[in-house]
Design a protein around this ligand. Structure first.
Ligand code: SAH
Ligand code: SF4
Length: 361
């Protein structure tokens, strides 16, 4: 199967071009066609020599993702469901903010971390996405914007779709290098956020990368008992392993970490937990921001969304203790835009269709 050209970083493309007997400056030209002019066919690369176009065509593809569904919400959020070359489906979301256009990308087909509140966790991981498949999600969205003719650009990226990015670390890093490349899409590192469930060893690696990409940590509970109950990853990387990794990251990068905290009714939304969380973060308050996330109910999951009152009390308790925080505003709730929801619905539909087909045969 042909490889996606979007999987190559600029340096890898340059090496490939040199190895195939072409001149170095060709890499810059091809890169420009891919990410500045954003062609959808190799033959559109006008100033590239035909022999290189033929060579590229025989080795690479410009598209392994096909759009299955595109749902647009009233608030302008667009949810894309893409089919991969092997038939798996993934989802990508475009959100509009006053500061720009942000895309939420998927990094794996399913997720093995298995958090008890997450729609993605129900379907265990079948494979990692390649770096090309992650970059292509951005390109597909950008191509969609290009066809609208409004000169809109993807300006922000959140790696918060299905999957654990630090469980697909090398492909994640290649993806970040491609989208951040100044000769290409040039999406600023400070405009990119990677969210992890807390794979501590990789947090050390990420701190050592020397890039300005933001880190978000899904903390969701302020003590091991509760955290292990809702996130089984906490058994492998409990708070006594996680907190030193956070400290290392903060010391090394001096960059703020966002702590994500899903509020689950009567589970982790008591004042007591807010106090514990404030305590846990008190020595790093200057570099912490807590993002309180109203839970998006998932079918067959035992949780409910916290009451408004509880959300406010939680927020106020943190603020009173000097912890900066905010409550996440929701996007596209009318179109299943929450993590993994459209995909799991689609998979359910597929299953029902197959079952019906079996019954009828
Ligand atoms: N695996 C990574 C990134 C993807 S999940 C991680 O867990 O951080 C991105 C965020 O969406 C996480 O903070 C996750 O906890 C949250 N999330 C998952 N299911 C959710 C739901 N049903 N409602 C609200 N947020 C959810
Ligand atoms: Fe995986 Fe993140 Fe969902 Fe947990 S919350 S199951 S780590 S995608």
């Amino acid at each position: 199967m042909k490889q996606s050209i979007y999987g190559l970083t600029f340096d890898q493309l340059t090496d490939w071009i040199l190895e195939h007997g072409e001149k170095k400056f060709r890499a810059k030209q091809v890169w420009d066609w891919l990410y500045q002019k954003r062609v959808t066919d190799f033959s559109q690369m006008k100033n590239v020599n035909q022999s290189l176009i033929d060579l590229l065509e025989s080795h690479f593809t410009l598209g392994t993702l096909t759009e299955e569904i595109k749902q647009e919400s009233q608030d302008g959020t667009i949810k894309f469901l893409f089919k991969l070359a092997d038939g798996n489906v993934i989802e990508t979301v475009l959100m509009r903010f006053n500061y720009g256009l942000s895309v939420c990308v998927t990094t794996q087909v399913g997720c093995n971390i298995g958090c008890s509140f997450c729609a993605s966790g129900i379907l265990s991981k079948s494979r990692d996405l390649t770096s090309g498949e992650i970059v292509e999600q951005i390109m597909q969205v950008q191509h969609h914007l290009d066809t609208q003719g409004k000169d809109e650009r993807v300006s922000h990226i959140v790696v918060m779709g299905i999957g654990e990015p630090f469980d697909n670390y090398d492909n994640l890093m290649d993806f970040l290098r491609v989208v951040n490349d100044q000769k290409g899409l040039s999406i600023g590192a400070r405009h990119i956020t990677v969210s992890t469930s807390g794979i501590a060893p990789k947090m050390y690696d990420f701190a050592d990368e020397g890039i300005q990409v933001n880190l978000a940590l899904s903390i969701h509970a302020p003590n091991n008992d509760l955290r292990s109950k809702i996130m089984k990853i906490n058994k492998a990387y409990p708070l006594e392993k996680l907190m030193p990794a956070i400290d290392y990251y903060l010391e090394k990068t001096n960059r703020r970490i966002t702590f994500e905290y899903i509020l689950l009714k009567d589970v982790n939304d008591h004042k007591e937990e807010a106090e514990q969380l404030a305590n846990l973060l008190k020595d790093k308050r200057h570099l912490s921001y807590v993002n309180l996330i109203p839970y998006n109910p998932v079918a067959d999951h035992p949780y409910d969304r916290s009451e408004k009152e509880a959300i406010l009390t939680f927020y106020q308790t943190l603020m009173d203790r000097g912890i900066k925080c905010g409550v996440r505003t929701e996007h596209g709730t009318d179109i299943d835009a929450a993590c993994g929801q459209l995909r799991s619905k689609q998979i359910e539909k597929e299953k029902a269709r197959k079952k019906k087909k079996l019954q009828n045969s």
